[in-house]
Design a protein around this ligand. Structure first.
Ligand code: HSE
Length: 308
């Protein structure tokens, strides 16, 4: 028996919502989990590249694979250990670009295995296991549930989450560059401590994002998409981020510009087709930096993970 699921890409943080805000986008990984017929055949992991030349060599194909780790925790939750499992990952989400490809693989393995086992885990358990493997819940929550999610990893390991309405005319453009940035590296440049002033700045901006989305308040959202917790430290790693933020800063129909998750993709949020006014300027910035960039304007993905 086998189960396949389709899991969306996600962009985390949206500026100030470090490790707690994330939004799903309509690019997908497909994960198939199969209990193999031949007992004793062990673990088999296959990776199939869907449409681009991603570096798939870096994905472990043994017990260290993150989809397998999530499946193992699910089996442990029901008092079992996985033995003969085949996992197939078909990648349609760029790897190591800040588009939630690892969250998607974790969630895909977990949800497919949960279906195979007759759904022993509810949404809360799936979210807690996926967050444990990923280390934070901001990508895995929208990967499971779709939409714009606020999530919070609690001290007991449980995860609270809430889906926030995202205004239909707020479009998301991802600027996906041709180079990778490992999340561990991007987290390693963050300081151990920050000032109370910067913490207070982020608390109010993060609250403003949630409030602005609920009230569909474009002007308030423009002020909210600012961050002092991680973006200033990551900026040197993200080619073009500073220049693009400056370019879009005073554009009427641009809501804001943030690093997508840990980068290096950049997210530009605009009203309707407002992005078109800055499209050429952004292309020129990347050309001057010798970066090839895949630019995609997308709507929010509201469905989350689906069994296919
Ligand atoms: N919140 C995470 C970070 C997202 O910014 O490091 C990337 O996994």
């Amino acid at each position: 028996m086998k189960v396949s699921v389709k899991v969306p890409a996600t962009v985390a943080n949206l500026g100030p919502g470090f490790d707690c805000l994330g939004i799903a986008l309509p690019l997908y990984n497909e994960v198939t989990v199969e209990e193999t017929v031949m007992p004793g055949s062990g673990l088999e992991i296959n990776i199939i590249e869907e449409d681009e030349d991603y570096d798939l060599l870096s994905i472990p194909k043994d017990e260290n694979n993150i989809a397998y780790k999530a499946i193992e925790l699910l089996y442990n939750f029901i008092g079992q250990t996985p033995s003969d499992i085949k996992i197939t990952i078909k990648t349609g989400i760029p790897i190591a670009r800040g588009m939630g490809s690892s969250a998607s693989v974790i969630v895909g393995g977990l949800v497919a295995a949960n279906e195979l086992l007759g759904k022993p885990a509810d949404d809360a358990i799936l979210l807690a296991i996926a967050s444990e493997v990923e280390g934070h819940p901001d990508n895995v929550a929208p990967a499971i549930f779709g939409g714009f999610c606020l999530s919070s990893l609690e001290t007991d390991g449980s995860v609270s989450y809430s889906k926030i309405p995202w205004p239909k005319d707020w479009k998301l453009t991802v600027l996906i560059p041709d180079y990778e940035l490992n999340t561990m590296i991007s987290r390693s440049v963050l300081p151990e401590n920050i000032s109370i002033k910067d913490a207070a700045f982020n608390i109010r901006k993060c609250a403003m994002i949630v409030d602005s989305a609920y009230r569909n308040d474009f002007e308030s959202m423009k002020k909210a998409l600012k961050d002092k917790l991680h973006q200033p430290y990551r900026e040197p790693l993200i080619k073009g981020f500073k220049e693009i933020c400056e370019l879009v800063e005073n554009e009427e129909d641009i809501i804001g510009c943030t690093i997508a998750g840990a980068g290096p993709t950049i997210l530009v949020i605009s009203k309707n087709d407002g992005f078109e006014k800055v499209h050429n300027g952004i292309k020129e910035i990347f050309t001057s930096l010798n970066v090839t960039c895949d630019i995609r304007t997308l709507n929010v993905e509201n469905e989350g993970t689906k069994v296919i």
